[in-house]
Design a protein around this ligand. Structure first.
Ligand code: TIU
Length: 231
């Protein structure tokens, strides 16, 4: 085992330095419900094909994290079957013909354990990776994520997933307020609205990195050769 060495990644608005032993990759909500036709995303009137485009990049990011033995966290936006964790303020704003909990082609929409709620097969979690079910848009709200990261002394988070301006940005803002340094991988996140994705990237890194940093996946993978194995 080699001692972890700090890594510096080309990022905006400034280089992002992390300690691999204290870093987690957080992949937000890469679920069938958002990415495939017939799920929650489409029920809201969205073109889900825009999200499917990033899958190969997220696969490559996940492979990088696994190769370098980073902690990997997957989140799923999901609710209990009895909807006890879904406030009316959330449910009633869904499409009237396909609300959270209603039956759809992939089972009940956004309900834990239903086929549509699963993470898509190419990104399926491996044994030992954390899977966090979250009833809100943010990954910290009403979940054990904060405790799990604290237990492992994690200080830096690398984010990917969908959708950029909703669950990814909310989670990054939650992380920022909790003291984490966060890097968003630009080509490993997507929105149903490309303009919202672009605006989010700019918001995150504006004002000296008011929420965090952004970088393309290539900024990470070009370090492949220089990173020592450490576990
Ligand atoms: N609607 C939308 O853009 N997103 C969500 O409802 N959840 C996530 O972002 N995961």
């Amino acid at each position: 085992m080699t001692q972890p060495t700090p890594l510096t990644i080309d990022a905006q608005p400034a280089p992002f330095t992390l300690d691999p032993a204290k870093t987690a990759l957080v992949v937000i909500d890469m679920q069938r419900d958002f990415i495939e036709p017939g799920g929650f995303g489409e029920s809201l009137g969205n073109d889900v094909s825009l999200l499917a485009e990033i899958v190969p990049t997220v696969v490559a990011l996940l492979a990088f994290a696994r190769r370098h033995q980073w902690l990997v966290v997957h989140t799923r936006e999901s609710h209990a079957a009895d909807l006890s964790d879904c406030p009316p303020a959330k449910r009633l704003r869904g499409a009237p013909n396909a609300r959270i909990g209603d039956a759809g082609p992939m089972g009940r929409i956004l309900i834990r354990g239903e086929p549509g709620n699963a993470i898509i097969e190419p990104l399926a979690p491996l044994a030992g990776e954390l899977v966090i079910d979250k009833p809100g848009k943010g990954a910290f709200y009403a979940t054990r994520l904060g405790e799990e990261l604290a237990m492992r002394s994690v200080t830096h988070l690398v984010f990917a997933g969908v959708t950029t301006e909703v669950c990814v940005q909310t989670s990054m803002r939650e992380a920022n307020d909790r003291g984490y340094d966060s890097l968003l991988i630009e080509d490993a996140t997507a929105s149903y609205f490309p303009a919202f994705k672009q605006a989010t990237l700019e918001m995150v890194r504006s004002q000296g990195g008011i929420v965090g940093w952004t970088a393309p996946l290539s900024s990470l993978t070009k370090l492949d050769e220089t990173i020592p194995a450490w576990r």
